[in-house]
Design a protein around this ligand. Structure first.
Ligand code: 13P
Ligand code: SF4
Length: 305
């Protein structure tokens, strides 16, 4: 089957199964091209919660499909590649976090959505890169523990100086590959270019950033800025829509290493097969789902702009 035939067959099956196709902003170009909706973790979880379709096909990584299943238990949630995980999510496990919780009674645990359902279940509230600052401001008390991303936590700590933000030692291995020298060189090579970066980048990268935001925040910033050249501090999948939506602007990737191998696993073949077999169902057991949903619901209740 060639690409065109495959796309046709996928579209046909999506209709037949009454399915919504969601794709994260880091997915391969051909997956983003065919998706009903592309977006960041926050945007996609809201779409998954609000759809009236029977099936949600999530082209992303495992925690994203889990979040969709937590929010929409009556829907069938399909992850085309069951082996698409997130190494950062695996850097905190529920047992270790439960131990920590005992040591710090009363300290709210703010968990990044890049986490497993059982970690969410013992957290007070979730956050994404798009709302982490607002979420931390919204919780009671002077101290919070953020899991699992130490970089997001350090970024939030700077934005919310009135709180003592502590963190777990997790990080995104992909964003950690970006070196400060690469950013400095890209800036030197492209005078006048702005640098926009994801808060999963290390503090020594973020100190060079002109704008720090979630992946969807990058689309908004790229549209409204007058800058004609923008250096990107996140996974290269973001380039597909940035270039499509801003043909008059140049987007520069400062490093060849900004590729998340897990996000790149899903191919059109995988998507087609998952729709044919409907076997790759992600379902969270009810005893985990309910407390995890409470943490996600608290996040979704935090007012957005
Ligand atoms: P956002 O798309 O929510 O900014 O998250 C980035 C990410 O790493 C997802 O895995
Ligand atoms: Fe996880 Fe980083 Fe890949 Fe996002 S980019 S899925 S945080 S490893």
């Amino acid at each position: 089957m060639n690409k065109e035939e495959m796309v046709k067959e996928i579209r046909c099956l999506l209709k037949e199964r009454n399915a919504l196709l969601l794709a994260h902003n880091y997915q391969r170009d051909e997956i983003q091209e065919i998706a009903d909706i592309t977006g960041d973790s926050l945007g996609l979880s809201i779409e998954a919660a609000n759809t009236d379709k029977d099936v949600v096909v999530f082209c992303g990584v495992h925690f994203m499909a889990e979040s969709a299943s937590i929010l929409s238990p009556d829907k069938t949630v399909i992850l085309p590649r069951m082996d698409a995980g997130c190494p950062m999510a695996d850097m905190v496990d529920a047992e270790a976090l439960a131990e920590k919780k005992k040591e710090i009674p009363g300290v709210p645990i703010v968990t990044y959505v890049n986490s497993t359902a059982d970690v969410k279940a013992i957290s007070d509230i979730c956050c994404t890169s798009a709302n982490a600052v607002k979420v931390v401001r919204s919780v009671d008390g002077d101290t919070v523990l953020m899991t699992p991303d130490k970089n997001l936590a350090q970024y939030v700590a700077k934005q919310v100086p009135e709180k003592n933000v502590t963190w777990w030692e997790g990080f995104c291995p992909t964003h950690h590959l970006l070196m400060p020298e690469e950013v400095i060189k890209a800036k030197e090579d492209n005078p006048g270019a702005l640098f926009m970066a994801h808060p999963e980048c290390a503090p020594e990268i973020l100190e060079h950033a002109d704008h720090i935001c979630s992946t969807s925040g990058m689309y908004e910033f790229a549209k409204k800025t007058d800058a004609k050249k923008i250096i990107i501090g996140t996974e290269m999948g973001i380039l597909y829509r940035l270039r499509k939506e801003n043909p008059d602007k140049e987007f520069i990737l400062p490093s060849d290493c900004l590729i998340c191998p897990n996000m790149k696993l899903t191919t059109l073949e995988d998507l087609l097969e998952s729709l044919q077999t409907m076997e790759n169902v992600v379902k969270v057991p009810e005893e985990i789902r309910l407390p995890a949903k409470a943490a996600l619901d608290r996040m979704l209740a935090v007012p957005r702009d």
